[in-house]
Design a protein around this ligand. Structure first.
Ligand code: ATP
Length: 252
């Protein structure tokens, strides 16, 4: 059984159809790329899977369970974590505290509640040591006690990944992790994603415009255009698909 199954999902915002009868599956342990032009509906799909938006119609199954019937605040506890296109870290909190927020979110409610709890309760030793392990794993230990505000963008992207991992997810949704990174940082990120997939037993859904990275990393690629799926297959197949070349890849 697929870990994630999106079944006939439609999302309308007034007159705008952001997703139209979208169906695809992500197998356990896969890295699945989700690509398409600006406005194709990629972030909207992330917002449905992470339960920010309720689809207008359709179903989403996570590990066989009807995800849309699970209360939205339990999404992290179910094993789904995400990062954001525009970073969503708490700037005045330290790197370590931001990562601990992720760990709290898995067992409690949303990030804001988790952040408040962290500030008002004694820190839990187990959470602290889990956060420290992750920071070390991702090479962030030297900046663990610095506030996020003012740290380089590429570093903050790694902190977001650490925070998502702290929730011990089975499915990780990454929204444009390579955007704004240097060439060297993108290569490093690709290595990190390969490593965390196997070391943390993860399934990854990856929205990304950096074609070299997404094609190099993904087992399967789903292509959206104007909210509709126009292709779904291996990177080699998708890259050659005339509809994908016309809608998105162009001559490049
Ligand atoms: P990008 O690559 O630029 O991030 P995307 O593929 O992620 O684009 P979405 O952000 O999902 O695309 O947007 C899909 C469509 O839905 C767009 O037309 C967008 O304007 C619209 N849309 C998304 N969120 C909302 C909202 N909250 N209210 C109204 N329209 C929305």
């Amino acid at each position: 059984m697929a870990l994630l199954a999106v079944d006939d999902v439609t999302v309308r915002f007034g007159g705008i159809v952001a997703l139209s009868d979208l169906s695809f599956e992500v197998e356990r342990g896969q890295i699945c790329g989700l690509i398409g032009p600006n406005g194709a509906g990629k972030t909207t799909l992330f917002n449905c899977v992470s339960r920010v938006y309720q689809p207008t119609s359709g179903s989403i199954f996570f590990d066989g369970e009807d995800l849309l019937s699970v209360p939205a605040w339990r999404t992290a506890a179910k094993g789904i974590a995400r990062t954001f296109q525009n970073l969503a870290l708490f700037p005045t909190m330290t790197v370590a505290e931001n990562v601990m927020v992720g760990a709290h979110a898995a067992s409690r409610q949303n990030w804001l509640t988790a952040a408040l709890r962290l500030r008002t309760h004694r820190e839990d030793d187990q959470l602290r040591s889990q956060a420290w392990e992750l920071l070390t794993y991702l090479g962030l230990q030297d900046i663990a006690f610095r506030p996020c505000a003012g740290l380089p963008f590429g570093t903050l992207k790694r902190v977001e990944i650490a925070r998502a991992l702290a929730a011990r997810p089975r499915l990780l949704l990454l929204d444009e992790p390579a955007s704004g990174l240097t060439h060297a940082e993108v290569a490093e990120l690709a290595d990190t994603l390969r490593a965390i997939r196997s070391d943390f037993d993860l399934t990854i859904l990856l929205v990304e415009h950096h074609m070299q990275m997404v094609m190099g990393l993904s087992d399967n690629v789903v292509v959206l255009d104007f909210g509709k799926k126009i292709a779904d297959g291996t990177p080699a197949l998708v890259r050659e698909d005339p509809a994908v070349v016309e809608a998105y890849l162009g001559s490049g």
